[in-house]
Structure formats: C-alpha cells, structure tokens
Write a protein that binds this ligand. Structure first.
Ligand SMILES: [Zn+2]
Length: 185
C-alpha cells in the first residue's frame, strides 16, 4: 500500500471550518466546495477519522447558512416530496442511484489515495442514497463537491436555495491568500 499521503486543510481553511462548526474539523482532508465568500462550504472527509473510526460521510456541509436552509427545507417536508418523486419518476430514481455509485466511488478512490481501509463502509452511502432521501445537507454537499449533473436531489436542493451566499455571507477577516490545501505527511 505504500506510505499514506494525507492532504490536510490549509490553516486558514481549518480555522474557518472550526468557526463554522464550533469544533475542530475531524478527518477533513480538502475543501470539497468553496463558497464565493471565500470560506469552505463543504469539506471532503477521510473515510476513517484520525482515531480510526470509519466515516462514511465523504462530503460534509459546513456553511452555516446552507446548513440552516437545508434544515428549513427538511422541516417544510421537502424529503417527503423527494421520496414521492423517487417512487414515481423512474428516470429520477435511476439518476439518484447513479449518484450513490458516484459517491461511493469517490470515497473508495480517496481511501486508496490515503492508504485507508474503507472495507467496513464500502456499502454505506450518505443522505439516504440510493433509494431514500434522508438528509438534504449530505445530498447538497455531494452536488456542490461533484458539480451539477451528478446528484439530482442535491441539484434540486441547490436550485431551491439559489445563490444563498449573496445574502451575503459575513466578510472574511482577511482575503484568502492560501491555496485550497497543502500536502503534508
Ligand atoms: Zn459563504
């Protein structure tokens, strides 16, 4: 397997995520999606945390505003509507199943890159994929990290939210001068 190279967040990004979550990010190896405000909005998380705990949620939504908007959609019953559509719309359901496969493939590739054993979570997905919608936060995070056209539910959530960062997000303390990530051992 060779030596594991672990890509960690740049210090400024780690500090921003800690401020967003109210705790230090666990297992975050890269910015999965950067908000136009400059902050990380999604972090890519290692399939195992530093203590070895398997961690299936590859893409984790950190932007507090996006988190809150997803929670509002959930409380308004959006998941029931998505689940009804999955049951009624075969094309939508097939694209959602493909999103699950893409998600798990991304995670397996990262596990291989990092030299981590992802065996215990290889069959575990996120957000309810492949046949249920259970967490809009996880599905939006997937869409933001993967780009449009991969996760139809996450894409629909993103469309519903619109450009939430233009509200705007609170300004950054300093202009982002750091690169997305730095490679360390
Ligand atoms: Zn933002």
């Amino acid at each position: 397997m060779g030596e594991a190279r672990v890509t960690r967040l740049a210090a400024a990004d780690a500090a921003a995520v800690e401020a967003q979550l109210g705790r230090a990010p666990r297992g975050a190896v890269a910015v999965g999606w950067r908000c136009p405000c400059g902050r990380p909005g999604v972090v890519t998380t290692a399939p195992r945390l530093e203590d070895g705990t398997p961690f299936p949620t590859l893409y984790y939504l950190t932007c507090p505003r996006a988190v809150k908007l997803c929670s509002t959609l959930e409380s308004e019953g959006a998941m029931a509507a998505f689940n009804a559509r999955l049951a009624a719309d075969r094309d939508f359901a097939q694209r959602y199943a493909a999103a699950d496969a893409a998600y798990r493939a991304d995670r397996a590739a990262l596990a291989a890159d990092l030299g981590l054993d992802d065996g215990p979570i290889r069959a575990v997905s996120a957000g309810g994929m492949p046949d249920r919608v259970k967490c809009l936060h996880a599905l939006l995070a997937h869409s933001l990290a993967a780009g449009p056209g991969v996760n139809p539910v996450g894409d629909a959530v993103a469309a519903e939210l619109g450009e939430w960062w233009t509200a705007p997000c609170a300004p950054l303390p300093e202009a982002s001068e750091a690169s997305d990530s730095e490679v360390t051992r």
